[in-house]
Design a protein around this ligand. Structure first.
Ligand SMILES: Cc1ncc(COP(=O)(O)O)c(C=O)c1O
Length: 397
């Protein structure tokens, strides 16, 4: 441990990220119970703010819980047990989504591509030709394992043309990459605040199209669950919203207020400006990482994620992932992630999301990374050159 450091570590993992100061302010403020006139006042505006980020007029709920709860709600709201779902995957989180659908009892047809590549729209079209009985398409917008932003607008267009319902995991892109729920015809979209919004986990925004609400309410789709059942949610929204309780259970009100603050910060910056900032920072970070001799997991710059970079280590550093992540943390107080699943020992992942999509965080991260590699006997350029390539890319962008 480097005892010169006393500061808290900087979170450069692919979420949670550094908290926005306005989020921190909320967390030191008053604690509210989850109902009552005062809370109703505090709650008002949360749904409207996240709807703007989703770009939707759809009725949107804020669930208490982890991101995957929203994915589960999406699945059980569009398909009954035994019905067929097509799941697109190009990494760990796409696989996870397919697994959720399988646990929910649907018949899952997996359409995958190797990590770093995207499933081509043509492949999706062919698969849907072979599965005309499919009910829904599920996919991840930003595959956090590979640092790939999937072209979901092409996928949803194809799926909707054939009358399928669409469920999209936008957990690691919500507020950091373009999203247009209404324009792209997404029936159920799941965002999350602890990544690109620089908020905390716990309050989960899920937008749901009228058609999906209706099918569950009319019993065409019958979830065998309670907390992920839209029938239950509608009942509480109709009957308890007036008393400030538009959800079925107790919720952590801090997480809801943190979501509101984080969403407002994003809207004040302006969504388009924010997306552009994430793109520019990500491109500059990728340029520097490549200068250091690492290879991006994302094989096509066009689909490289604006919020997460995943990079393969050179062979000489294979087997040294613990030292790399450990040294970054102990010597530089910067937390990055290792790869996940197949790339666990051979790749690193860095989040540049919300607050951390900025030179203020990315330059120290590059410096620490370069110095860490150097300490392990690997160096293709000086630390100064790595940083210079970051700024050079920013100047060009
Ligand atoms: C794309 C994506 N989907 C799903 C999840 C899972 O979210 P949670 O752990 O909140 O359930 C993550 C978490 O990193 C993610 O990046």
């Amino acid at each position: 441990m480097n005892h010169n450091w006393f500061e808290d570590p900087i979170l450069m993992i692919p979420g949670p990220t550094e908290l926005h100061p306005r989020v921190k302010e909320v967390l030191t403020g008053r604690f509210y119970p989850h109902y009552g006139p005062e809370w109703r006042e505090q709650y008002s505006g949360i749904e409207e703010a996240v709807k703007k980020i989703f770009k939707t007029k759809n009725e949107t709920i804020i669930m208490p819980g982890p991101g995957c709860l929203g994915l589960e709600l999406g699945v059980v709201s569009v398909a009954n047990r035994g019905e067929k779902i097509v799941a697109l995957t190009n990494g760990f989180f796409g696989d996870r989504f397919a697994e959720i659908a399988s646990y929910c009892g649907t018949e899952v047809v997996i359409l995958d591509s190797p990590p770093g590549f995207v499933v081509s729209p043509e492949t999706l079209r062919e698969s849907l030709d072979n599965h005309p009985d499919a009910t829904a398409l599920i996919c991840v917008q930003n595959e956090s394992a590979a640092g790939v932003l999937n072209p979901i607008q092409s996928y949803t267009k194809i799926a909707k043309k054939r009358g399928l319902f669409t469920v999209v995991d936008s957990i690691s892109s919500f507020g950091g990459a373009e999203l247009d729920v209404d324009g792209w015809s997404i029936d159920v979209c799941v965002g999350y605040p602890n990544k690109c919004l620089s908020g905390i986990p716990g309050a989960l925004p899920v937008s749901i199209s009228d058609e999906v609400w209706e099918r569950v309410e009319r019993g065409i789709v019958r979830p065998s669950s309670w907390i992920t059942n839209l029938r239950v949610w509608r009942w509480y929204r109709r009957n308890w919203a007036a008393s400030g309780h538009p959800y079925p259970t107790t919720v952590n009100t801090y997480s809801y207020l943190a979501l509101k603050a984080a969403a407002e910060v994003a809207l004040e910056e302006g969504l388009e400006k924010r997306y552009e900032r994430h793109k520019r920072m990500a491109a500059a970070f990728r340029a520097a990482v490549k200068k250091m001799g690492l290879e991006l997991i994302s094989k096509n710059e066009e689909y490289a994620s604006p919020t997460i970079t995943a990079a393969a280590l050179p062979p000489s550093l294979h087997g040294k992932i613990d030292q790399i992540v450990g040294n970054m943390f102990e010597e530089f107080r910067i937390m990055i992630s290792r790869g996940i699943a197949a790339t666990e020992k051979t790749a690193i992942r860095v989040g540049h999301m919300g607050l951390t999509a900025s030179p203020r965080y990315l330059v120290p991260t590059l410096t620490a990374l370069s110095e860490t590699f150097r300490s392990l006997g690997y160096q293709t350029c000086s630390t100064g050159e790595a940083v210079e390539s970051f700024y050079e890319a920013l100047r060009q962008g």
